[in-house]
Design a binder for this molecule. Structure first.
Ligand code: DGL
Length: 271
C-alpha cells in the first residue's frame, strides 16, 4: 500500500495526480487536521507529529509513505529517514518527500537561473529547497517568501474572495521584482489558487506545483525499484483518514478537487 501523509486536506492535491497516473495501487491518505496547520509549528513539533503519523502508517501496512506535505518534507523527512530506515529496514519500506523531485524539475526548467519559492513559514525557514537545488546546480539563485495567511484562507474556503487575492498580491510583489522564470508552489494548498498566482506573476513565469511532479517522479522511482514496487498492493483500494472531521474532508475534496471520497474515517494518532 502507498500512503500519502499531509498535515491536513491539502495533500489531496498530491494524492490526486498520483492516483490518476497509477490507479492500480492501494492508497491510504492521512491528514493530521487536528494539529494543522503544521507551517506555524516548531521543527520539534513537526517532527514529533510526523513520527506519530509514520509509525501509524507503517503499523497499518504501508510500504511506501509519501510526505505530500512540504512542511513535513522540509522539517521532518530527513530525521524520519534516519530514525526509521536503518540498514535492512530500507529494503522493506520507504519514506519519500516532495522536495527532491521539485528541485530536479526546477533545475531542468529554469533558463535564467532565477527561481522563486513560496511556502509556509516552517518550509521557508528550513531553507531545504535551497539546499536541494544547490546540490544539483549551485548557480541557481533562489528567492523565497513565506505566505502564512494563505493556508487558513484556503481551509476556510475563502481563497476565491478579493481579500485572499489582495494578500497574495502583497506576498508576491517582492518576488516578482526579482524576475524569476519559475515560481514554485511549495505548499500543498497553493495549487488551489494557481490561477491567481499565474495572473499576478505574469505570462513569462512558469508556476510549478508539487503534485504532478511528485507523481511522475514516483512512477519512475517504482520502475527503478522493483524491491519496493513488488510489495505494494494492487487492488485499487482507497482509504481516507483524518485526525479531525471526515465530513469536512469529503466536502473539501469535492468542492476543491472534484474528488468523491469513499471510506473516510477519523483516527487518533496518539493511541
Ligand atoms: N501541508 C502544508 C504544506 O504543504 C500546508 C499546511 C500546513 O501548514 O499544515 O506545507
Amino acid at each position: 500500500m502507498i500512503a500519502v501523509f499531509d498535515s491536513g486536506f491539502g495533500g489531496l492535491t498530491v494524492l490526486k495526480p498520483i492516483m490518476e497516473l497509477m490507479p492500480e495501487y492501494d492508497y491510504l491518505y492521512l491528514g493530521d487536521n487536528a494539529r494543522a496547520p503544521y507551517g506555524n509549528h516548531s521543527i520539534e513539533n513537526i517532527r514529533s507529529f510526523s513520527e506519530e503519523a509514520v509509525e501509524y502508517l507503517f503499523e497499518k501496512g504501508a510500504k511506501l509513505i509519501i510526505f505530500g506535505c512540504n512542511t513535513a518534507s522540509s522539517a521532518a523527512l530527513r530525521h524520519i529517514q534516519k530514525k526509521y530506515l536503518n540498514g535492512d529496514q530500507e529494503k522493506e519500506r520507504k519514506v519519500l518527500g516532495v522536495l527532491i523531485p521539485v528541485a530536479e524539475e526546477i533545475v531542468k526548467k529554469s533558463r535564467n537561473k532565477r527561481v522563486a519559492i513560496v511556502g509556509t513559514s516552517a518550509t521557508i525557514k528550513s531553507k531545504r529547497y535551497e539546499e536541494e537545488i544547490a546540490k544539483i546546480d549551485k548557480d541557481i539563485k533562489v528567492y523565497s517568501k513565506a505566505c502564512p495567511l494563505l493556508v487558513p484562507f484556503i481551509e476556510e474556503g475563502w481563497h476565491k474572495k478579493p481579500e485572499a487575492k489582495s494578500i497574495l498580491k502583497k506576498y508576491l510583489r517582492p518576488l516578482k521584482s526579482c524576475n524569476p522564470d519559475i515560481l514554485v508552489l511549495g505548499c500543498t494548498h497553493y495549487p488551489l489558487m494557481q490561477k491567481d498566482f499565474k495572473r499576478i506573476m505574469g505570462k513569462k513565469v512558469e508556476i510549478l506545483a508539487s503534485g504532478e511532479i511528485t507523481a511522475r517522479s514516483l512512477k519512475s522511482y517504482l520502475e527503478r525499484h522493483p524491491e519496493i514496487e513488488s510489495k505494494l498492493g494492487k487492488n485499487a483500494s482507497r482509504q481516507f483518514l483524518t485526525t479531525d472531521c471526515p465530513e469536512k474532508m469529503k466536502t473539501f475534496a469535492k468542492d476543491n478537487l472534484s474528488m468523491s471520497l469513499s471510506s473516510t474515517h477519523k483516527i487518533d494518532l496518539k493511541n
